[in-house]
Design a binder for this molecule. Structure first.
Ligand code: ADP
Length: 791
């Protein structure tokens, strides 16, 4: 009880009375308030007056004390100091109040600690004392305890029911980073981690936890002064200090252990994760026994469902590939004899009949007599790794196969055969031709009838552009696709697929540097042990890439061979074409020379000379045209066929061309008619347009010899069309587009002479004018060449 209480009481009294005047009786009441011992001591040290509180505190009645010397009531150990202080007060300045503590005897022989405030006045000492025994004993008790507690390595903290820390030993202070004495008077919450549920329980709950066994033990998170977390183990109990309940908490720093544990936990999690992710199975076997123990992963690797492996040696032997069984057991025997570990790759057969590759390792533990008492090891599915190696060997072989010949049909069919050996049951290859048609090059199926069906399956034109056919989607996307469900592969061809017995299909695109070449399709059959997965997609991709290179090289080779052949053919035709007029010219020349030698004047008659000059001129024109054509070809190839546009009154222009050409036609008996033609202005290169017209008329004359030729013009918005109809042999459908290509002809040169350049050059000229040149023709029904000029 503090002296402050007295002042509070006095204040309240004063407040009630509103003035400061007490009656004697009131003073008496206050003085005898049973908290403070009040005494007045004479200068000789005897008690002059004592209030009634002497009884409740010390057991004395005031009458028993009065007149008695003070030293009879003071503990001998404190007497000297008390006397000195009091003497000092008498001698010292007036009004000074001195505070001190001493022990006073009770009537029953015990003593109490009294905290005194004393002042001297008028030769008397006025003293007011409070009993502080409990407080001092509590402190004393703490001091006694702390002597032991200070030296232990565990942290100890004592806090009262207000959660105020009344004691913390050195270890506790150090543990939480506080200086000596820094924790005293602070709330216990200062060292509790805000996230720790236990450390933040209410006092009631804490009491409850303690009350179960007297001590509440556990682990919790605490807070270091610097803000970091400290893990501690704690023991919390109640301790009565000077009759008051206090909480005593003993802390041990377990942060390091927690860190180690967490590291270990993390490590084991990682290990078990790695074993799981790495699909490493673990097994055990007691040598000589019949029992083999597998973990879940081992069962999975060997194709067993969890918990279904019978665990016997016989069951294990049944899983081993017959060719590997003996080898494996010999390895195990050797290991047991030589005390060495082993690693061995071997094949297994899963209960559903699949052959897989496993890498097994094993080691044994031996007792003190060197007898193996346990063998254990791991197993790991290495089928994919083995297959990768085999795939690489296979791809190497495929490269050889593809490089073996430039006949792509042969090489692709050999590639298909090798693929069937390696990973699929069958295969077919489709080539995308330049005309956009798809041609089946190769088909392999174990069943001869199905192979025939596959070979003769035509890819329908009308479905080509619907974008849904797997061939088309693969050609467009370039993505190798695996179809496991035949309903997705060709939904509307169930009967065909049933007949072919397809289980799954992988399609890859064949693509050259700049062009799409086709597709290759691998399949397996319903009753086959071969399965398609991501590996097969990768393999098909790689095969398609290699096949594409080989196919493109072969196509380029054939194209270059064709080009060389065409060039040679062209050279021989060109020389022949040049030679014919030259022969005629040189013949004329020789005849005239002979006539000159013979002095044959007839040969030099005006008419004969005129005829000769006409013939020579025709031959020269022919040579000239051949040379012009060849020059135009090189201009077109070099992009130098320049067009110089001018305004042309077309009706007049056409009439002039026809007039110039008519005699030639009529000399061959070709009747030439021109339909109605309105005058129209065009902007074009007159020289080049005439070249096209002349070529059309020359061809009509050449190929429709002796039959009438009709020219028509048609005007429609924005364009002018000139149509040249002949009644010649016509052109077969498959040649209609080809004849516009360089050196391409639809007749043999022995039938009609020519270089196959006219239409090529003419179309190029028309395209330079943003116009066109086309033909409508049917074999045996004549042809209509149409030139179109934009207006
Ligand atoms: P050339 O006439 O020198 O062969 P062209 O390029 O003019 O060269 O013609 C190419 C081919 O087109 C001819 O070889 C011929 O087979 C065919 N052709 C051209 N015009 C006609 C036509 N009016 N009737 C039938 N075939 C024709």
């Amino acid at each position: 009880m503090s002296k402050a209480w007295l002042f509070v009481i006095l204040f309240l009294l004063m407040k009630n009375q509103n003035h400061f005047e007490f009656t004697l009786a009131e003073y008496q009441e206050i003085i005898d308030f049973p908290i403070f011992l009040i005494a007045i001591i004479n200068a000789d040290g005897t008690f002059y007056k004592v209030n009634k509180v002497a009884n409740p505190i010390l057991g004395w009645e005031p009458e028993e004390v009065l007149g008695k010397p003070m030293h009879e009531f003071v503990h001998p150990d404190d007497f000297d100091e008390t006397l000195a202080l009091m003497t000092g007060l008498f001698l010292g300045s007036r009004g000074m109040v001195l505070d001190f503590r001493n022990r006073c005897f009770r009537k029953d022989g015990t003593y109490r600690w009294i905290s005194w405030s004393v002042k001297a006045k008028g030769g008397k000492l006025y003293a007011m004392g409070a009993d502080v025994t409990d407080e001092i004993e509590f402190q004393q008790e703490l001091i006694n305890q702390s002597i032991i507690l200070e030296n232990i390595s565990e942290g100890v903290v004592i806090y009262d029911k207000n959660e105020v820390i009344v004691y913390a030993n050195r270890a506790e202070e150090n543990m939480f980073g506080y200086d000596h004495g820094e924790l005293l008077g602070k709330s216990i919450k200062i060292i509790s981690h805000p996230q720790s549920r236990d450390a933040n329980l209410s006092l009631e709950e804490t009491r409850k936890n303690i009350s179960k066994t007297g001590v509440w033990e556990g682990e919790w998170q605490n807070l270091h002064k610097d803000g970091w977390t400290i893990y501690t183990s704690f023991r919390l109990s109640l301790l009565s200090l000077a009759g008051v309940d206090h909480f005593v908490c003993v802390h041990r720093n377990i942060s390091e252990r927690i860190a180690v544990e967490e590291n270990f936990k993390r490590l084991s999690e990682r290990l078990s994760h790695s074993v799981k992710v790495g699909k490493i199975g673990i097994w055990e076997w007691v040598p000589g026994s019949d029992t083999i123990v597998w973990d879940e992963t081992t069962e999975e690797i060997y194709g067993f469902k969890k918990g279904t492996f019978p665990g016997t040696r016989e069951a294990y032997n049944a899983c081993l590939h017959p060719l590997e069984r003996e080898k494996l057991w010999v390895t195990v025997e050797n290991l047991l004899k030589k005390k060495e570990s082993y690693v061995i790759d071997h094949r297994i057969i899963t209960p559903d009949g699949r052959v897989r590759w496993v890498q097994g390792s094993g080691m044994a533990l031996y007792d003190e007599h060197d007898k193996p008492y346990l063998m254990m090891g791991t197993c790991h599915d290495i089928t994919e790794r083995k297959q990768d190696v085999e795939d690489q060997i296979f791809l190497g072989k495929i490269s050889d196969v593809l490089a073996a010949s430039l006949d792509y049909k042969d090489t692709l069919s050999n590639m298909a055969l090798a693929s069937v050996d390696h990973f699929c049951d069958g295969c077919f290859i489709d080539q995308l031709n330049v005309d956009g048609k798809i041609e089946r090059l190769v088909a392999i199926h174990p069943d001869a009838e199905c192979k025939e069906i596959l070979l003769n399956t035509k890819y329908k034109d009308e479905s080509r552009y619907d974008g849904r056919h797997p061939l088309v989607t693969t050609l467009i996307s370039g993505k190798t696709v695996l179809y496991r469900d035949m309903r997705e592969y060709l939904p509307d061809q169930k009967d065909l697929l049933d007949k072919l017995n397809f289980k799954s299909v992988v399609i890859s695109r064949l693509k050259g540097r700049e062009s799409l070449l086709g597709t290759v399709t691998f399949f397996n059959l319903k009753d086959s042990g071969k399965n398609f997965d991501q590996r097969i997609i990768r393999l098909a991709d790689e095969l398609a890439y290699r096949a594409s290179m080989a196919l493109e090289n072969s196509l380029l080779y054939h194209a270059s061979q064709d080009a060389v052949r065409t060039r040679d053919q062209f050279l021989s035709i060109a020389s022949h074409e040049l030679k014919t007029p030259l022969t005629s010219l040189s013949l004329q020349n020789q005849i005239k020379r002979k006539q000159l030698q013979k002095k044959d004047a007839n040969g030099f008659e005006k008419e004969a000379i005129g005829k000769m000059l006409d013939t020579d001129y025709r031959q020269l024109v022919r040579i000239n045209r051949l040379i012009d054509d060849m020059l135009d070809i090189s201009r077109i190839r070099g992009g130098k066929l320049y067009i110089q546009k001018e305004d042309i009154a077309f009706q007049r222009f056409l009439a002039d061309v026809i007039d110039r050409f008519r005699p030639q036609m009529e000399s061959l008996g070709c009747e030439l008619t021109l339909g109605r033609c309105d005058e129209v202005q065009i902007k074009a290169d007159s020289y080049r347009i005439e070249q096209v017209l002349v070529n059309m008329l020359t061809n009509a004359m050449k190929y429709g010899a002796g039959r009438p030729v009709k020219i028509q013009t048609q005007l429609s918005p924005g364009k002018l069309r000139v149509l040249v109809h002949d009644k010649g042999p016509g052109i077969a459908e498959e040649d209609v587009e080809r004849i516009f290509h360089r050196f391409e002809r639809a007749v043999r040169s022995s039938e009609v002479s020519g270089l196959g350049l006219g239409l090529y050059i003419s179309r190029e000229i028309m395209e330079q004018h943003n116009g066109s040149l086309t033909v409508i023709s049917k074999l045996g029904e004549g042809s209509t060449f149409i030139m179109e000029i934009p207006l």
